[in-house]
Design a protein around this ligand. Sequence first.
Ligand code: HPA
Ligand code: ZN
Length: 346
Amino acid sequence: MPLPATPTREFITGLPKAELHLHLEGTLEPELKLRLAERNGIDIGQTTVEEVRATYEFDSLASFLAVYYPAMEVLQTPDDFYELADAYLARAAADGVKHVEMFFDPQAHTSRGVSFDAVVTGYHRAAAEAPEKHGVDAHLVLCFLRDMSAESAAEALEASVPYRDKIVGVGLDSDERGNPPEKFAEVFDRARDLGYRLTAHCDIDQEGSIDNIRTVLDRIGVDRVDHGTNVVEDPALVDVVRERGLGLTCCPISNSFVTDDMKATEIAGLLRDGVRVMLNSDDPAYFGGYVADNYVALAEAADLTTVEVVQLARNSFEASWLTDEQRAAYLADIDGYVAAYEADAV
Ligand code: HPA
Ligand code: ZN
């Protein structure tokens, strides 16, 4: 019997997936935020989950970031960072995530007096335990804050050198407006020389989005692009992305918060054009959806077939920074899952 024509939540949840666009600081759920605030004696101005949620009012990248960065104050010790990452990894596992490449923003912590070591030590302990504890293979990606200087990014990069074996790549996040990728071209060159993989946010509907996508492809030489959905504005650039097999890490629920829709037409169009897009949760504690919710939301909005949903999951491993051998094993797991599902449905 063939797969169901319409993908169910149950099918989506069980489907092996990689998550490639996930900010650890964006997984800080209100309950943990309050607990850490109390433990560290920090007054965040709210004392209940409802009060915390009431501050989650944003309709743009900038208004989201204005809520997002101040909340990080509750993160102080290696244990805090560990608990944050561990809670996310447990939640991701429940959504069928088998492999994750997790962003973190060291400058958001070192700029307020928390050591680089505390951040990486805490996050890395959770990542190291994750295969056994949660059945998830977890890696760290250091992001530079693009609204800070290139010198500050370079400092963060040099601070990472003693932790080189704990970090797989570097990225670029925060406010894109007025902070185009060329500002960080030399920092990325140095990161490549250090052996890091490279990615960069090209956020949705930014001023100069299409120029910034061109820059990250041609000047920075990224291995993938975070969001990058505005590439549809230039069909020649879509061809470049397809031909290079570059992943675009799309986040439909996040899009619906920072712009006026989830960009379902654009994401599904790219998928159907053979571009390596996949779905991710970005900042799930703030946008109210983990990775399976993103698959369900896009499947409904764009009428995806089950075969298309399976292709998204395949793309998530294809675009990952796994070794060829690991990638092949996960792709075989997807084949096995689909085959078992078909057998069960008979
Ligand atoms: N874009 C830019 N900065 C961010 C994002 C994003 O999607 N999420 C967390 N910081
Ligand atoms: Zn992001």
